[in-house]
Design a protein around this ligand. Sequence first.
Ligand code: ACO
Length: 454
Amino acid sequence: MPVPTLSPQNSTPTSTAVAAAAMTNETVPKTAKLTLGDQEIDLPVMVGSEGEVAIDIRQLRAKTGAITFDPGLGNTGACLSKITFLDGEQGILRYAGYPIEELAQKSHFVEVMWLLLHQELPSAPQLSQFTHEVTHHTMLHEDLKELFQSLPKVGHPMAVCAAAVGALSTFYRKEGPHTREQNWIDAIRLLAKMPTIAAYSYKHSIGQPFMYPRNDLSYAGNILHMLFANPCERYEVNPITARALDLLLILHADHEQNCSTSTVRTVGSSGANLFASVSAGISALWGPLHGGANQAVIEMLMSIRDGKRTAREFMELAKKKDSGVRLMGFGHRVYKNYDPRALILKQACYDVLGQLGRKDPLLDIALELEQIALSDAYFIDRKLYPNVDFYSGIIYKALGIPVDMFTVFFAIGRMPGWVAQWLEYQADPEARITRPRQIYMGPTPRSYKQVAER
Ligand code: ACO
């Protein structure tokens, strides 16, 4: 599958952040001066390996009594990480230095999992051993099936998956310190069992028997088998479908400190185990402003296809603040340029639909929305471009994945990122429990009055 490379649409540095990022180790000052009233303090300046400049404010409160205010944490680096680099102005994404375009074209999901976990590509024996491990831990404890069966069939599969992943703690995790060995076993179990959990959540919703995993299939092939096979018929995995799914999983594998990954790190910072931390991450991913956008996008496209409004009418609504409508799959906290994953997925829509001999009017609607957005001042001025969720649903749909399973597939893809980030946090000697401060704006002290006096 050919993978396009990005030619930045907005590569001129327009903000001080971009200008700072362009500094080199030699030109960046060693300290930043802060003046607060008559106090003046020097704060250390840090530079990341890709030139990201950060002011280390760890001593700020101790030295001045003041704290910082950054709702949504858009200007806050919460950790040091070696896993993923992204430059939102240039539209660059790399896993441990390897460009996403190259991995999408040449690698496969299991290898990418290892890359994220170790920040190195595996040797042949390492890859073979790791593939064996994630293939041979795919079964769930038989008693866990009862958890699925106890939940309403109409429940959203993300809720079911969050519950089942949390429940893994009760089957596989002894309380006690998180040793490296125990963490690794937990990591393998989670990476291996997530597809089974995902497939069971779907099979339960449609009242079909759970299909056991098949160890002779690839990671993606096995997911398709557990989702679409039934005990009465032979099921052959279509290699085009399996490759397309593998590509989707690679593209979703990590995205540094996004909402769900920050959640996983935050929960892990309290000492909670990996299963509990990732269960919280799945819940964070479910929201429509995050991973849940892939489902919301396809529903938006279907509403236009079904004549609820035209694409132009929808776009007018998306620009009105009080309409409560947003162009789903557009905009990103970090990307102020085309999300490189969206670029790959847009091309993959053509490739996969072509290879499967399908047409989908939703692709034409998505292209029309994109074309309107990219020539409309509202979207241009705010630097709103397609994100990973804009085109992914069209591919999931072509593969036969049900709409309410789209975000579950995002979760399967994101699992190695969550696990790698959680493991990195655990190994960080400077890691502390996550505990932001606040600026209290409520009532000042007052005396309690008995209810009769109020
Ligand atoms: N449609 C219309 N307007 C938008 C959109 C959109 N999709 N996204 C942002 N804007 C506008 C905002 O209203 C705001 O306008 P203003 O400056 O006039 O107030 C401006 O652009 C900046 O947007 P914020 O919401 O402040 O940006 P933020 O970084 O907080 O949010 C987010 C990013 C949540 C992704 C937002 O762009 C959005 O809601 N997009 C649609 C949902 C979506 O696709 N989410 C998936 C993101 S990718 C992922 O998580 C996997």
